[in-house]
Write a protein that binds this ligand. Structure first.
Ligand code: 5AD
Ligand code: FES
Length: 345
């Protein structure tokens, strides 16, 4: 393991077999330490905060793993009005967020004009805007970009095409890759990522995910443990081991892509009370606190046991800063674009 990690720290290259070996290793602490060192050197001790607004729980898709799937008739649906979203953005900026993430299910009510209006209004607040609203046409992506969107999050979920399409037979893996390519060509910072622990997913599949992110290459990648949702076809699947495997995935990602942004995902904290801080010590450098106000947080239930559903935006802002400082890190005042740290920003 030692020689493998030394090689990875110097060259940022690993083969599929080497990644599988690291993922299967029973004592990953040296891997975590190596990732932490690479993180420190390439993105520093600052943590970028992204304020997350979950603005609609409607979704036209039917992914087997997701609580917002359209066939989940028990899901609580809501949709914020554009003016409500803009108002939430104002509040988030007042709390000091420099990046806002607008996330929703694939909700066709938000057509291109509505989205562009929201983006233009929020852009006036001098923040970076990240969209996370699913698969669209190239023209739609171009319009959002023109309106001021800077980044886009679209997880590939899994690079195993057969598995991807099994988990939503109406969706096309190639279209998802097309979306990622369009986004890159349009000048977005592209965030992708995968779910860890999907039924039937192998360590080889996970290694392929990491090599896909490196090859693309992505500017950001979010690794989330799959957490079975009771109102989905995957209700009875297991979540055992997904937390540890996700930490290893983040750590190896940091070795392969030393200066990208890696979020300590919220799902990690659902599986472990210190999950996000552990992730920050295994390669991650971003946290996405929820800034959605009121009752909506708990209705946006991708998976069960979501954290912070009873907290306000102000509480999460204070809580997360305290946690970050307790591990010797600090909240960065920068907008946190890919590579900013090495450029001295
Ligand atoms: N467990 C964990 N993460 C999930 N997501 C969707 N459903 C689940 C689940 N059951 C993730 C997907 C999606 C992101 C917004 O939420 O990876 O891209
Ligand atoms: Fe929401 Fe800690 S981040 S309460």
């Amino acid at each position: 393991m030692k020689t493998l990690l030394e090689k990875a720290q110097q060259t940022h290259q690993l083969t599929t077999e080497e990644i599988v070996q690291l993922l299967a290793h029973p004592r990953p602490q040296p891997l975590f330490d190596a990732a932490d060192a690479v993180r420190q050197k390439n993105v520093g001790d600052g943590v970028y905060l992204r304020g997350l607004i979950e603005f609609s729980s409607y979704c036209k898709n039917d992914c087997f793993y997701c609580g917002l799937r359209r066939s989940n008739l028990q899901a609580q649906r809501y949709r914020l009005l554009p003016e409500q979203i803009i108002e939430m953005a104002h509040k988030a900026v007042a709390y000091g967020y420099k990046t806002l993430v607008l996330q929703s299910g694939e909700d066709l009510w938000f057509d291109t004009d509505k989205m562009c209006h929201i983006i233009q209004e929020i852009k006036k607040l001098d923040v970076a805007i990240t969209l996370s609203i699913g698969e669209k046409t190239r023209e739609e992506y171009a319009a959002y970009r023109q309106a001021g969107a800077d980044r886009y999050l679209l997880r590939i979920e899994t690079t195993n095409q057969a598995l991807y399409e099994k988990l939503d037979p109406a969706m096309s893996w190639h279209n998802r890759v097309r979306c990622l390519q369009d986004l890159k060509e349009l000048g977005y910072e592209v965030g992708s990522g995968s779910l860890v622990g999907l039924p039937g997913q192998t360590l080889q599949d996970l290694a392929a995910d990491l090599l896909f992110f490196k090859e693309f290459p992505v500017d950001m990648a979010g690794i989330g443990p799959f957490i079975p949702h009771p109102q989905t076809p995957l209700a009875h699947e297991k979540a055992d081991g997904h937390f540890d495997l996700s930490l290893k995935m983040m750590a190896i990602m940091r070795l392969l892509l030393p200066d990208i942004n890696i979020p300590a995902t919220t799902a990690m904290e659902t599986l472990h009370p210190q999950g996000r801080m552990m992730a920050l010590q295994c390669g991650a450098n971003v946290v996405m606190p929820n800034v959605t106000e009121g009752d909506y947080r708990k209705k946006y239930e991708l998976y069960p046991g979501k954290i912070c559903t009873g907290d306000s935006a102000a509480q999460c802002r204070g809580c997360i800063q305290h946690k970050i400082e307790s591990i010797g890190r600090f909240v960065s005042p920068s907008k946190g674009f890919h590579g900013d740290y090495l450029k001295g920003k």
